[in-house]
Ligand binder design. Structure first.
Ligand SMILES: CC(C)(COP(=O)(O)OP(=O)(O)OC[C@H]1O[C@@H](n2cnc3c(N)ncnc32)[C@H](O)[C@@H]1OP(=O)(O)O)[C@@H](O)C(=O)NCCC(=O)NCCS
Length: 324
């Protein structure tokens, strides 16, 4: 990378970090621009200096990995760093350059490809530009900071005599796999998951490994001895793939939340999440992150009631070459 661009990267990263902190204290304090497939795309401001930079990254997700259930097989992501509070003109220019770049790449016009951008939820200045280029908001990364002060009484009775929350263990493999698949099937209705031939087998293998870990990070709700709901959290060490999306501190990723259809709206989900939050607080967790599908009519309101709010929005257009 020529030194002029490298200097601009450092300077813009610092400016964007400051701007993000003004928008949302739970965004990361520094905005890194990762290496892309080529030199960064540059947009120039009215003063002739770079007003924004962007890297394009190509990811080819192998068949037979669970990651292919969470999106298309071929992903082209733009990581944009824009200096000004009003991002619209600079973003428009970068998206136009990116469209031309994608149009020149082989294979971007076929099924199972996506052009993607993860945008700070509170940076509302970019929303109309993203829409105009054909991108759609598909997923939300939501965040919940642990409450300051004492962690509270810890997990306890649910207040509903017939409902018991307990740790999930190796003997619960069938039930937990069924509930994990329940969320994936539901999220697939909203474009946030894509069911693959290998999905169930891969979920089962991952579940088996997760349930063997102690202490437990997954809890089942049982009504009259029958499992009716699941909450499953990734421990801090396994959450590192996403912890850079928020402030420093101990961060975990809540990967699954599911209540059987006939049991919804009766407080099972809230009891599970209250229990998990109490355990997480006792284990020193500062921040919890999770994904929900933007169009899922059940998850957004529920997570908001549980203390979560949007941090990032995942925008996509499929196939990648249909970016406008
Ligand atoms: C989301 C889900 C786990 C909620 O579980 P639940 O047991 O139905 O939720 P609860 O009955 O405990 O509701 C807890 C609170 O959220 C509110 N809530 C739950 N679903 C809601 C909805 N769709 N709209 C508005 N409020 C809702 C309840 O009113 C309640 O609020 P209150 O504390 O003021 O009474 C459940 O609907 C589900 O399994 N959905 C399918 C899978 C899914 O979407 N998982 C989340 C993926 S990120």
């Amino acid at each position: 990378m020529p030194w002029v661009v490298r200097d601009a990267v450092d300077e813009i990263n610092r400016a964007v970090g400051r701007r993000w902190q003004g928008l949302d204290r739970l965004l990361p304090p520094r905005a890194e621009l990762p290496e892309g497939c080529a030199a960064p795309l540059v947009t120039t401001g009215a003063n002739g200096r770079p007003a924004g930079l962007a890297s394009c990254r190509h990811e080819h997700v192998p068949a037979g990995t669970l990651n292919q259930t969470w999106g298309t097989a071929h992903r082209f992501s733009l990581i944009a760093r824009l200096r000004e509070a009003d991002t619209s003109a600079a973003l428009d220019d970068l998206l136009g350059q990116w469209r031309d770049h994608l149009a020149g790449l082989p294979g971007t016009g076929v099924d199972d490809t996506a052009a993607m951008i993860t945008w700070p939820a509170r940076d509302v200045s970019g929303v109309n530009t993203l829409l105009r280029h054909g991108l759609q908001p598909i997923t939300v990364i939501a965040v919940r900071p642990a409450r300051p002060g004492p962690a509270g009484p810890g997990p306890g009775p649910t207040g509903d005599e017939s409902l018991v929350i307990r740790e999930a263990g190796p003997a619960d493999l069938d039930t937990v796999t069924e509930f994990e698949m329940g969320v994936i099937r539901y999220d697939a209705l909203f474009g946030a998951a894509i069911l693959r031939p290998a999905t169930e087998e891969l979920v089962r293998a991952e579940t088996q490994a997760a349930l063997a870990a102690r202490p437990a990070w997954a809890w089942l709700a049982e009504r009259d001895g029958e499992p009716v709901g699941l909450v499953h959290v990734q421990p801090p060490g396994q959450s590192r793939w996403i912890t850079g999306m928020t402030r420093a501190g101990v961060t975990v990723y809540l990967q699954t939340m599911f209540v059987r259809p006939g049991e919804r709206g009766r407080g099972v989900g809230a009891a599970l999440v209250r229990h998990a939050h109490a355990v997480l607080a006792a284990r020193g967790v500062d921040t919890t992150l999770l994904h929900y599908a933007q169009m899922n009519p059940l998850s957004g309101p529920f997570w908001n009631r549980m203390g979560y709010r949007p941090l990032w929005t995942g925008w996509e257009v499929r196939p990648a070459a249909s970016l406008r």
